[in-house]
Ligand binder design. Structure first.
Ligand code: F6P
Length: 372
C-alpha cells in the first residue's frame, strides 16, 4: 500500500506556507505516496476535516500567500469544542489511524512544535517544518516567512523616511516578532532606522530621546524608530522579571495567582507601549511623533524568492526523511542544506537575538541607537 502523509499548517500564517505544502506534496506524489491535507491546523485533525492534495490541488500555489489548508492556534490538549475545553490528543491519534496515515507533517512555529510533541506521545509519526515571520525557532538557521516579512517591514521603513523627513517628525514603526527582535532588527538595519528597540535589549526612553536630539543637533530634525512589538523599557523589564520570579517561587496557590494577575496586568499595559513611547518622545524631544503599526501586513501576500526556495528545500527534504522513516524531528535549515533535529529539543525553546549578535554590532557601528 502507498505511504500516506497527512499535512497541516498551524499557528499564525506566514508567506511561503503554500510553497511548503507544494514542496511536500509534489515530492511525495513523485515517490508514489498519497497526501491528505487537514483544514485549520490541529482542529482539522480533531474534526477529521480533510482535503485531498493531488496534482490539481497543488498546482499554482507556489507563489500565493496564506495557506490553502487554513490555519489556527488551537492546541490539541486544550481545544474548545462546543464551548468546553477538551483534550483532543486521543481523538486526533484515532483519526490519524483511521485515515491510515504513516506520517503527519506539521508546518508551524514554537507552539506547533510543542503540540507536535504531544502527538508524538500518542504514538504518531510526526515531522515538523519551521515557519514563522518571527524567526524565533531554536536550532534552525531560517524559518519560512521571515525573509518576506523582513522585505515588507524594510519597504515600510523606507517609505516612512520621506514623510518623517518632510514633516520633521519622529516616526515610530512597530514591527511584529512576538518576544523576539529579529524582524525589527533586520528591517531597522536594512531600512536605516535611527533607533531600533528590541525585546532582548530593554531600553531607556531618555537614551532614545538623547539619540534623537543628537541627530537634531547635527541638522537631522527627523528620526525613524523601529520598535519590536515585544520591546520593553528597563523599568517595565524589571517589573516583568520580578512578577515572573514571584510566580516561579510562589509557595502557595494564592501567591501564584497574585503573580499571574500581576503578569496579566503588565501584559495588558504593554499592549499600548508604542503609543506611550511616542508621547514620551514628544515630551522629551519637542518634536512631533507619529506611530505606524505594521501589523498583519507583514504576514500577507506573495512570498519572496528566498522563502519559496527555503520552503521547497525543507518540504522536499521532509519527504526524503519520511521515506527513510525518520520521525519525531523538525527539518531545520543549515546553510544550503537541511538537517533533522529532535522536536523534543526544539519545543519550548525560543531563539532570541543574542545581545552580541553581529547584526547588533553592525547597527551600533553605523551609529544606530539601541536605546540602552
Ligand atoms: O508569530 C507570528 C505573529 O505574527 C507574531 O509576530 C505576533 O505576535 C503574533 O503572530 C500575532 O498573533 P495572532 O495572529 O494570533 O494575532
Amino acid at each position: 500500500m502507498a505511504t500516506r502523509i497527512g499535512i497541516i499548517t498551524a499557528g499564525g500564517d506566514s508567506p511561503g506556507l503554500n510553497a511548503a505544502i507544494r514542496g511536500v506534496g509534489k515530492a511525495a506524489l513523485a515517490r508514489g505516496m498519497e497526501v491528505i491535507g487537514f483544514r485549520d491546523g490541529f482542529r482539522g485533525l480533531a474534526e477529521d476535516s480533510r482535503l485531498r492534495l493531488d496534482r490539481r490541488a497543488l498546482a499554482g500555489i507556489l507563489t500565493t500567500g496564506g495557506t490553502v489548508l487554513g490555519t489556527g492556534r488551537d492546541k490539541p490538549h486544550r481545544m474548545e469544542i462546543d464551548g468546553h475545553l477538551r483534550d483532543m490528543c486521543g481523538v486526533i491519534a484515532r483519526n490519524c489511524k483511521r485515515n491510515k496515515l504513516d506520517a503527519l507533517v506539521c508546518i508551524g512555529g514554537g507552539g506547533t512544535n510543542k503540540n507536535a510533541l504531544r502527538l508524538i506521545e500518542q504514538g504518531l509519526n510526526v515531522i515538523t517544518l519551521p515557519k514563522t515571520i518571527d524567526n524565533d525557532i531554536a536550532l534552525t538557521e531560517a524559518t519560512i516567512g521571515f525573509d518576506t516579512a523582513l522585505g515588507i517591514a524594510t519597504e515600510a521603513i523606507d517609505r516612512l523616511h520621506s514623510t518623517a523627513h518632510s514633516h520633521h517628525r519622529i516616526i515610530i514603526a512597530e514591527v511584529m516578532g512576538h518576544r523576539a527582535g529579529w524582524l525589527a532588527l533586520g528591517a531597522g538595519i536594512a531600512g536605516g532606522a535611527d533607533v531600533i528597540l528590541l525585546p532582548e535589549i530593554p531600553y531607556d526612553v531618555k537614551q532614545v530621546a538623547a539619540a534623537i536630539r543628537r541627530r537634531k543637533s547635527h541638522g537631522s530634525n527627523f528620526s525613524i524608530v523601529a520598535v519590536a512589538e515585544g520591546a520593553v523599557s528597563k523599568v517595565d523589564a524589571t517589573e516583568f522579571e520580578s512578577a515572573a520570579r514571584h510566580k516561579a517561587n510562589a509557595k502557595t496557590q494564592l501567591e501564584r495567582q497574585r503573580a499571574k494577575t500581576q503578569l496579566t496586568a503588565l501584559a495588558a499595559r504593554h499592549s499600548g507601549n508604542t503609543l506611550r513611547l511616542s508621547k514620551q518622545l514628544e515630551e522629551l524631544t519637542r518634536l512631533e511623533a507619529r506611530v505606524t503599526i505594521l501589523g498583519y501586513l507583514q504576514r500577507g501576500g506573495t512570498p519572496s524568492a528566498a522563502d519559496r526556495l527555503l520552503a521547497t528545500r525543507l518540504g522536499t527534504m521532509c519527504v526524503e526523511l519520511i521515506n527513510d522513516k525518520v520521525f519525531g524531528v523538525m527539518v531545520a535549515a543549515r546553510g544550503d542544506s537541511a538537517k533533522p533535529v529532535p522536536i523534543a529539543e526544539v519545543a519550548g525553546r525560543l531563539k532570541l537575538v543574542p545581545p552580541n549578535h553581529p547584526w547588533i554590532e553592525s547597527a551600533r557601528r553605523v551609529g544606530t541607537s539601541l536605546g540602552d
